[in-house]
Design a protein around this ligand. Structure first.
Ligand code: UFG
Length: 337
């Protein structure tokens, strides 16, 4: 079975490549490298002994998608290519809708034209918005509060509609909580451009000395220690969830599943765990709440266990150990090739 992974050179995508190759699948990475580094392909080869095929292309380019899908005989697609900064999605909303929504539509058209039926889509827990109830179940209402979240919701909707059309696709929608950590080898990991927006890569850069101090956004949330609570999930577990999703793709026309651990961790708890993993103190300073942030957010992981037979195996200590291992071995990310 050959699987195309759009956005396969990114943080999550590279870990899925490793997982799929280990599971005996052939992999085609379709990526325009706008937010990833070509060195990642060598690293995947070093981990698995096999280099994936690479097609440099844009997800909005139907012709390029059609020729890649047919030239490589793909039988399924994992679709991750997209823009993912909540802040940029406000200032550059046209680009976000074009890439995330139009890109998904173009990919679906290319799949219909080539007869590739199964798609696993990388969505986000951000589609839920402010939780009415925790843990967040898949039947919770969708009310995303950023353009980014709305592009993910609209991509989910268009795929769900196409699943019922005359030329149907089998769709598995995976709603990620907060992916962190890295492959245990430390050869691939999260390498954001510029100053990281997200907590774990920010802590890593403080730990390695590239940033002086972590700003903790808000210590007056209604949580036990006053800081935000999230459901961090190890990226290797998340990647395994995609292999499980592919195996279930033709059991049901549309499946929407959370990928999270079901456990919440506060900012201060994560900082403590990271300090334990790297053996250093992480300097912090309390800063005002970040606009749009929610106090507490974690998954119900029941459906994933029941339908995909998947659950996260790694805890916070392993997530911090592996994030630090990657950062320590690659202080400047993929530039240290
Ligand atoms: N935080 C800090 N300091 C930082 C960065 C983050 O205190 O420098 C805090 C945030 O306030 C929040 C927690 O750490 O309480 C996690 O923040 P992240 O930015 O790491 O993650 P978010 O949950 O805000 O966002 C992530 C993804 C989004 C996605 C969202 C919901 O980055 O793409 O989860 O699924 F939309």
């Amino acid at each position: 079975m050959t699987v195309m992974i759009t956005g396969g050179a990114g943080f999550v995508g590279s870990h899925i490549c490793v997982e799929l190759i280990h599971a005996g699948r052939k992999v085609v990475v379709y990526d325009n490298f706008c937010n990833s580094h070509p060195e990642v392909i060598n690293r995947i080869r070093r981990i698995t002994g096999t280099a994936p095929e690479v097609v440099r292309g844009d997800v909005r380019d139907v012709e390029a998608l059609i020729s890649a899908l047919s030239a490589h005989g793909c039988s399924a697609v994992i679709h991750l290519a997209g823009l993912k900064s909540v802040a940029d999605s406000v200032s550059k909303s046209t680009e976000y809708y074009d890439c995330n929504v139009v890109g998904t539509l173009r990919l679906a058209q290319a799949m219909q034209q080539t007869g590739v039926r199964n798609i696993v889509f990388s969505s986000s827990a951000t589609v839920y918005g402010e939780p009415d109830m925790l843990p967040l179940r898949e039947d919770h209402k969708l009310a995303p509060f950023s353009p980014y979240g709305r592009t993910k919701m609209q991509a989910e909707e268009l795929l769900s509609d196409i699943a019922q059309s005359q030329s149907p696709l089998n769709v598995v929608i995976l709603r990620y909580f907060n992916p962190v950590g890295s492959h245990e080898s430390g050869l691939i990991g999260e390498d954001p451009n510029g100053i990281p927006n997200n907590l774990m890569p920010y802590i890593s850069r403080v730990a390695i000395g590239r940033l002086p101090v972590l700003n903790v956004y808000g210590n007056d949330y209604p949580t036990p220690d006053g800081t935000g609570i999230r459901d961090y999930v190890h990226v290797a577990d998340l990647a395994a969830g995609h292999v499980a999703a592919l195996d279930c793709a033709d059991k049901q026309r549309v499946l929407k599943v959370n990928l999270g651990t079901g456990r919440g961790t506060s900012v201060l708890e994560l900082v403590d765990a990271y300090a334990g993993a790297c053996g250093k103190t992480i300097p912090i300073t309390f800063a005002p709440r970040r606009a749009g942030d929610i106090a507490s957010y974690y998954a119900s992981a029941e459906l994933a266990a029941n339908v995909l037979g998947w659950h996260a195996k790694r805890g916070i200590a392993e997530m911090c150990r592996d994030a630090w291992n990657w950062q320590r071995k690659n202080p400047n990310g993929y530039l240290d090739q």
